[in-house]
Design a protein around this ligand. Structure first.
Ligand SMILES: [Zn+2]
Length: 232
């Protein structure tokens, strides 16, 4: 949009910047013009920093967290509870939950399902998560995707595919307002959301919201979350 007035190299910088989260076309143009006007050494330092990051980090082969070491520090830490996997969309969500004092391990999906934008399960690390659970030793998977439409859809999908696998499934509580990015939620409310997580069971209506007690609908509380959750 409007990038026809730029030279080819500036236009391609704008295109790359536009792909970054939170950067719209106007901001991309502004940043690109700024970079184009920077003294050469400063602009190249930025380029070097980007190059260094891409060379030295990779996804952890276990949890897909962005890391310089593989496995990542968290997966390598023997004091963490490996039976507890907290599933998040992004590494930045992992950092937010880490702040809350959580001591299990993680699985980073690398995004959320958004079929309209062409983001399907195969674009995320879903298969990697399933094979972790299949390998055994996992007692509970906490679905900590963001409280957004995509995050909820992703949690529903994961509950469906993980449901038959014999692990306890839970969803973080709704202490965090819908639409909030986990990274901006404060430490206390994230800790509350984790503590107040609710088991995702076969009979639970997926759309129930509000502050009512979780067990007031008479659904059996027999600790058998292993039934497949046939929602929808
Ligand atoms: Zn890891």
């Amino acid at each position: 949009m409007g990038s026809g007035v730029y030279t080819e190299s500036v236009a391609s910088l704008i295109d790359e910047l536009k792909r970054l989260p939170g950067i719209g076309p106007r901001t991309a143009e502004r940043l690109a013009s700024h970079v184009a006007g920077l003294p050469k050494d400063r602009a190249l330092r930025l380029a070097d920093a980007i190059r260094d990051v891409t060379r030295s980090v990779r996804p952890c082969s276990e949890c897909a967290n962005i890391t310089e070491l593989d496995p990542c520090k968290i997966c390598a830490d023997s004091s963490r509870d490996r039976a507890l996997i907290c599933v998040v969309e992004r590494t930045r969500d992992l950092h937010a939950i880490e702040e809350s004092g959580y001591r299990g391990v993680y699985h980073v999906l690398s995004g959320a399902l958004a079929p309209l934008d062409g983001i399907e399960p195969r674009d995320l690390t879903v298969e990697q998560l399933l094979s972790r659970v299949r390998r055994g030793g996992v007692a509970e998977v906490i679905l900590a995707t963001t409280p957004s439409f995509e995050g909820e859809q992703t949690a529903l999908y994961l509950a469906e595919v993980l449901g038959p696998m014999g692990v306890r499934l839970s969803r973080i509580a709704r202490g965090i307002p819908v639409g909030t990015q986990l990274e901006f939620a404060n430490r206390a409310s994230l800790a509350d959301a984790l503590d107040g997580r609710r088991e995702v069971g076969a009979a639970e209506p997926p759309r129930r919201r509000g502050g009512r007690a979780p067990n007031d609908d008479g659904r059996p509380e027999d600790g058998s979350p292993k039934e497949s959750s046939s929602w929808s």
